[in-house]
Every structure is written in structure tokens, then in C-alpha cells.
Ligand binder design. Structure first.
Ligand code: GUN
Length: 282
């Protein structure tokens, strides 16, 4: 039976550490706010945005909510970002993705000042991460690193297979695992012999976006399995990209869905916000 990697508990630990840090920073006169922008009313995005605001309140930093109508133009959004870039008290700017199709996401991401890019999506942040310079790290991948480290999973020298090559998860995940001295393979929709390849992984990180796709035939006995997916199945029950019931008996450790990777993304966003407040030049 696999050890359950408890993202809820680990994210709570991180938020409690951050809460203490915020108190100490306030005592030094260092404060700041996170601006959270949502365009439109996608229900999933609304849940994420609400959770982000609640997390800010929990650790003791201010959040500024911008809930804009679906009809907002790209120009209007870029203008708001420009204003927030200039605002001294705003230390982080987060634009919830996906954006409506009439707005270019790349343009919006690139408009955010790298100093306030707490999502770690700006090309400057990604470039810095790639060459190992200090930057804001993309929250889901850095949350997974924390999950592994805080669960006592050794990364160095291990073969890690990352399934998925998105800019938000797969690519930065592979780079962060490389930085931790894993041997990394990135698999994707065109990869040949996916089950055989995955079966070689000591650590299998699954971010394909297909409900219950990865079964026992993909997993080596004793592997650590990290499931990034989150979906609602036909019975409205939350599930991941992994067939949990089938894989759990084979793995040595596995993340559940919900309660695995999900809560870590927000904890790491909070960590980036605190880092931004801490590093503010005065
Ligand atoms: N949409 C899904 N995940 C994320 C995330 O980590 N950040 C933002 N801004 N939007 C998202």
C-alpha cells in the first residue's frame, strides 16, 4: 500500500510558516498586496480566485480583487496591468487564466512587471529559472518539489518521467526536477510506447489533462506517483489523471485528488507573494 502524500497538510504547514513570516515582515514595516484579476465568470476560475483571496487573508496579506466583465478588451486589461505595475503597494499581480479568446494571454503575461510576476509565467521568470537564477517559480511545479521534499522523497539521481509539456506545468516541472539532480524525461501526446517509458520512472509526474488515463500498466512497482490532473467524472466526483484505485497498490507513494497537488499551488503562490514583499527595494 502506498503512502499518501498529503498536500492539504503540507500546504497548511507552508501557509502557517508564511503567516509567521508576514508578522515579522510587518514589524520591519514591509507590507504589500496581491492584485487578483479575473475576466469573465468561468465557475472554475471563480473558485480558484476565491481560494487565492482566502489564502491571502489567512497569511495576513491584503488582496485586491478585480472582477472584470467578459467583454473587457485586451487594451483595457493591459491598461489595468500597467497601473498595477506602477502601484507601490501592489507586490504581486495575478491574472487568472484562461482568458476570453479575444484577449492574447501571452501579451497579458508579458505586460506584468517581472518584479510582480508571482505566477512565474513571464518569459523573464521562466528564463531565469531555466539557467538557475533566482526568480519567481511557477506555483504548481514548485509546489510538487515541496511535496516531494517534505514527504522525504529523494529526488537526486532518480529517473523522473513528466507526462505533459505545457508552459504552466510540464516544462517548468521538468526543469525544476533537473535542478534537483533528477534524470528527466518529458513525455507528451506524440511519445511512442508511453506505458513502457513510464514504467521506467522512479518518480512519475502526470499532467496530461485526461481523467483516469494512467493505469497500472504505466507504473513501476515502488514508484512515486504525482497526479496534477483535476476533473469531475460522470458522477460529479473529483478525480485526477491517474486511476487511483489501480495505481495505489503498486506505488510507494501517491498524491490523492483532491488534496494532493491542488492545495500546493496556492501555498506556493502565497510563498511568491511573501518573497516579493520581502525583496522589495526601498
Ligand atoms: N489557471 C490555472 N492555473 C493557473 C495558475 O496557476 N495561475 C493562473 N493565473 N491561472 C491559472
Amino acid at each position: 500500500m502506498a503512502k499518501l502524500i498529503d498536500g492539504k497538510k503540507i500546504s497548511q504547514e507552508i501557509k502557517d510558516e508564511l503567516k509567521e513570516k508576514v508578522v515579522a515582515l510587518k514589524a520591519e514595516g514591509k507590507t504589500g498586496a496581491l492584485a487578483v484579476i479575473q475576466v469573465g465568470e468561468d465557475p472554475a476560475s471563480s473558485v480558484y480566485v476565491r481560494n487565492k483571496k482566502n489564502a491571502c487573508a489567512y497569511i495576513g496579506i491584503e488582496s485586491l480583487a478585480y472582477e472584470l466583465p467578459e467583454s473587457t478588451t485586451e487594451e483595457e486589461l493591459l491598461k489595468l496591468i500597467e497601473e498595477l505595475n506602477e502601484k507601490e503597494k501592489v507586490r504581486g499581480i495575478l491574472v487568472q487564466l484562461p482568458l476570453p479568446s479575444h484577449i492574447c494571454e501571452d501579451k497579458v503575461i508579458q505586460a506584468i512587471s517581472p518584479e510582480k510576476d508571482v505566477d512565474g509565467f513571464h518569459p523573464q521568470s521562466v528564463g531565469a529559472m531555466t539557467i538557475g537564477e533566482k526568480s519567481f517559480l511557477s506555483c504548481t511545479p514548485s509546489g510538487i518539489i515541496q511535496l516531494l521534499k517534505r514527504s522525504g522523497v529523494e529526488i537526486e539521481g532518480k529517473h523522473c518521467v513528466v507526462i505533459g509539456r505545457s508552459n504552466i506545468v510540464g516544462k517548468p516541472m521538468a526543469l525544476l526536477m533537473l535542478r534537483e539532480n533528477a534524470t528527466v524525461t518529458i513525455a507528451h501526446s506524440r511519445t511512442k510506447n508511453l506505458p513502457e517509458l513510464c514504467k521506467q520512472a522512479d518518480i512519475l509526474i502526470v499532467a496530461i489533462g485526461k481523467p483516469r488515463f494512467i493505469g497500472a500498466e504505466y507504473v513501476k512497482e515502488g514508484a512515486v506517483v504525482i497526479d496534477v490532473g483535476i476533473h469531475r467524472d460522470e458522477n460529479n466526483k473529483l478525480c485526477g489523471d491517474v486511476k487511483f484505485d489501480e495505481v495505489e497498490p503498486i506505488a510507494s507513494a501517491i498524491t490523492p485528488v483532491p488534496g494532493g497537488v491542488g492545495p500546493m499551488t496556492i501555498a506556493m503562490l502565497m510563498s511568491n507573494c511573501v518573497q516579493s514583499i520581502e525583496e522589495k527595494r526601498r
